[in-house]
Design a protein around this ligand. Structure first.
Ligand SMILES: NC(=O)c1ccc[n+]([C@@H]2O[C@H](COP(=O)([O-])OP(=O)(O)OC[C@H]3O[C@@H](n4cnc5c(N)ncnc54)[C@H](OP(=O)(O)O)[C@@H]3O)[C@@H](O)[C@H]2O)c1
Length: 265
């Protein structure tokens, strides 16, 4: 079988560098191009690549010359939707990990996919552990009336709580079918010690150097607790999910949202 021909958009970013190396090492995939906002060399500076990889700041012209099957995009929301408009119209499938795409962006991507008969996977979190944690939390939420979420991230993360914590809480509320019971304290000695609250689920955000990303969901019942926890130590945690998406995307026409849809949890 011919290898899947891959272009990376945002190739010199923190994720882009990891993904280019992973694609080069993955049997069945072939890196055929790389794109960055500003480029000073014709070929990607990548020691591990078996051949010269065309490198450009112009995704459209690169795609016209490299016969790509999939563009993997880890840039920013503005660059990502611009890349989607270019790649999908050239009938190239996409795997998008960039966060911050709006509902309007997603609707536009879906409509472009349908019009051009190709597939796009968008997943704000490619970690398999996170996808399975959300799935298990959703299941456990049927059986417990009390639940709290503690999410842990590195100290540079701008937002709190994490998108994954919010997605987890929403999934838990779906199966629970009503708000969880939130034990109010009558005297809060230090403000906000009980964290934020979403329909009875307290959410606590830890921000510390040393963490990358992680989350624990704790359910409470009579005489027992159930703790579900996942931790990450580096960005390698996203690579199996991304490689899976690259292998699957061409088989699924239209927009597939979230890694859970790909692993059929
Ligand atoms: N889905 C997931 O599991 C997952 C995991 C980790 C990160 N993310 C998301 O992935 C995105 C990238 O994260 P990161 O940590 O790799 O960020 P990063 O290090 O800033 O990398 C982004 C790269 O994209 C480049 N870029 C910006 N505009 C571009 C354009 N128009 N065309 C081509 N390249 C362009 C940037 O260049 P400049 O530096 O010159 O601007 C930079 O090299 C973020 O949205 C992040 O939240 C998602």
């Amino acid at each position: 079988m011919d290898p899947i021909r891959v272009v990376i958009n945002g190739a010199l970013g923190r994720m882009g560098r990891k993904i280019t190396k992973a694609v080069v090492c993955e049997p069945g995939l072939k890196l055929v191009g790389a794109v960055e906002k500003e480029v000073t060399q014709r070929y990607l500076p990548l020691a591990a690549a078996p051949e010269l990889i065309p490198f450009s700041s112009d995704l459209g012209s690169l795609l016209r010359n490299c016969n790509a099957d999939v563009v993997v995009d880890f840039t920013n929301a503005e660059a990502s939707i611009a890349a989607a408009r270019i790649a999908i119209k050239q009938k190239v499938n996409m795997v998008i990990g960039t966060t911050g795409l709006s509902e309007e962006n997603l609707a536009e991507i879906e409509q472009l996919c349908i019009a051009n008969g190709i597939g796009v996977v968008v997943a704000p979190n490619f970690s398999l552990g996170a996808a399975i944690l959300i799935h298990l939390s959703k299941f456990a939420a049927k059986f417990f009336n009390y639940a709290e979420i503690v999410e842990m991230h590195h100290d540079k993360k701008a937002d709190a709580p994490s998108g994954t914590a919010i997605t987890t809480a929403r999934a838990m509320l779906q199966t629970h079918g009503k708000p969880f019971i939130y034990p109010e304290v009558t005297r809060e000695v230090l403000n906000n010690t009980r964290g934020g609250q979403m329909d009875g689920i307290a959410i606590h955000s830890l921000r510390l150097p040393g963490f990358m990303a992680g989350q624990e969901v704790i359910f409470g019942g009579a005489g027992e607790t159930l703790r579900l926890r996942y931790t990450t130590i580096n960005r390698g945690c996203y690579l199996p999910g991304i490689i899976l998406a690259v292998n699957e995307v061409a088989k699924r026409k239209g927009l597939t949202y979230g890694l859970d849809a790909l692993v059929e949890l």
